[in-house]
Design a protein. Structure first.
Length: 218
């Protein structure tokens, strides 16, 4: 039987965060939706305005939420590495203080390349074209921030090379720190199925601090 949780979602209005909110509610969890301009009609979703770069605001929001887990799904366009690292460190600091587990939805750039474990995806032009190298590098820096944080209980989920809105199939392949590809070399998942993986991890934590998922055909 599923245990209902209170889950705080930072970046709740973004592509990933909004789908995590939807998936969490579909499973009966209570959600605290944290973003700069929150809004939600579901009575089981509590919208709170918070600036993730403000440690005091994050501390108050998480403490007031009484959340048992927090999902960090914050991204900036264009990529702002310093902001992402600072925001991640702030959330880890406050979550550690409150004893809350953090699931970070990060970037594919932090994964190892298939067939070449010494080459990060962020440095592999086969998966990362020049126009997104800054975004990929920010994800690598974010994972390093998690790894060097003392005391926080965190898990980092890297999506595959392509993440976009699509169908919710409820199916996915799970891996560790190497990019998953299909027989044709494609590395993809819908944001809806990524949200499924997020909730699966929150409900039944796996053994890995860094893991990835990809689409699994039916």
């Amino acid at each position: 039987m599923r245990t209902r949780k209170t889950i705080a979602v930072l970046g709740a209005t973004g592509m990933v965060g909004s789908r995590v909110v939807t998936e969490a509610r579909a499973r009966g969890h209570r959600v605290v939706a944290l973003s700069r301009k929150p809004a939600h009609d579901d009575p089981a979703v509590t919208p709170l305005a918070v600036d993730v770069s403000d440690p005091g605001a994050v501390r108050r929001a998480l403490a007031d939420s009484t959340a048992e887990a927090v999902v960090l799904a914050v991204r900036t366009f264009p990529a702002d590495r310093d902001f992402l690292v600072t925001a991640t460190r702030t959330v880890l600091d406050e979550a550690a203080h409150l004893g809350i587990r953090v699931l970070v939805t990060g970037g594919a750039g932090a994964l190892r390349s298939p067939g070449d474990p010494g080459l990060l995806v962020a440095d592999n032009p086969a998966y990362v074209p020049p126009e997104v190298t800054t975004t990929a590098a920010a994800g690598v820096a974010q994972l390093r921030t998690c790894r060097t944080h003392a005391g926080a209980d965190w898990v980092y989920l890297s999506p595959p090379a392509l993440l976009e809105p699509g169908p919710r199939t409820g199916r996915y392949r799970r891996g560790t720190d190497t990019l998953l590809t299909d027989a044709d070399g494609r590395s993809w998942i819908s944001a809806e199925d990524l949200a499924v993986a997020v909730l699966d991890e929150l409900e039944n934590p796996g053994p890995d601090r860094h893991f990835t998922v990809a689409h699994r055909p039916g």
